[in-house]
Design a binder for this molecule. Sequence first.
Ligand code: ZN
Length: 197
Amino acid sequence: MTIKKVLKYGTPSLRQPSKEVHKVSNKIKDLVKDLLETMYAQNGVGLAAPQIGENYRIFVIDVSSGDEPLNPMVFINPKIIKKSGAFISSEGCLSFPEVFTEVRRYKNVTIKAQDSKGRSFVLNADGGTLLTRAIQHEYDHLDGVLFIDHARDIDDANEKLSKYNLPAVEEDRLINEDKLEEEIQKNQTKDKEENND
Ligand code: ZN
């Protein structure tokens, strides 16, 4: 197992769509181990294969914290099969050291994938938890999509990117999320009304 270098934003391969895994071979198993080891070495919550220069549809997540035992989760050939709701998530990424900005995410997702032994599983990550957002964030990496493509405040994102000498938001890659934003606004109004009762 090897700790790999995490590619930084601006590296062209981070924008390339990744290939399906046809067989969970020894090579793929080694890649999964490297991903986990690199994620732990960087204190990350998730890491996708393209971030270490391997454009395969694989990511790993561990949302355990503090004294909890490690809980490595491996997703090979994942597909988000259901999504609903919306919430604001403040996110960073190992490919964007020190940069955090608000993005829009679905509140509930169901994902289907294969584990490190090639066995299929289905997982619900509901309620806008750390797991919910990590799944969406890492899944995007496999399609060359980055969290800043979901930024709610472009000026805020650009200010932080320039502070850490990273390229600016690519405006033509911004994802139209009017529906998610509408839902977020609706929830905020509802929260306000409930707090006034
Ligand atoms: Zn990331």
